[in-house]
Design a binder for this molecule. Sequence first.
Ligand code: SAH
Length: 218
Amino acid sequence: MRNYEDTYRHKGLRKKLMDVLRDKGITDETVLAAMNQIPRHFFLDSAFDEIAYEDRAFPISEGQTISQPYTVAYQTQLLQVKPFDKILEIGTGSIYQATVLAEMGVKVLTIERQKVLFEKTKTYIFKSKYPNLKFFFGDGYEGLPTYAPFDKVIITAAAPAIPPKLIDQLKAGGKMIIPVNEGEHQRMLRITKNADGSTSEEAFDNFSFVPMLKGKQG
Ligand code: SAH
């Protein structure tokens, strides 16, 4: 069950959450403005109606999670979203991260490997609001060669290593935000593809994601 009512109380809790994110070091106000527009409780069971605005990850279904708001803000900030960007997301999950990007006005293509979660995108509440957001069922390791190249790639699951096909599908000058490591914690990396096809890497903080798995399920 979902509660698709966005009350003043929800809006108030959301505004406070943006202050929490500022206190934790998020500085990109365009990211915070987008997150402030998105009712996060729409992406969770109604049992989470109020705690949806705590800065925590929560279970969705199929053993997956909706990322912590801080993590969403952090990855989105690192992505340096620009008007007209075409962005590929790996790991649709609850659709929350993809919605934040769609609200920023860019073109978003998101891939999910679990059939049950992909099927849920068909009843996405904001389908008509964000025609710039498109859903795909597939293995994120393969990317979307037909739609490539992308300005940006954002991976919202823990990758054991940087997937080479996703680097291939980046434009020259394009950027990928990816949490890398198989262990309990992943290092957030920003990979930039240079004009000669080589890559440069910047390392940021550690996070904890569900694993990026090979192949489709279901
Ligand atoms: N961006 C999501 C985070 C979901 S958790 C959100 O905002 O809620 C990560 C998701 O990545 C899970 O749904 C998981 O099934 C998916 N995933 C893991 N490996 C994948 C792969 N190889 N390709 C596509 N999706 C993958």
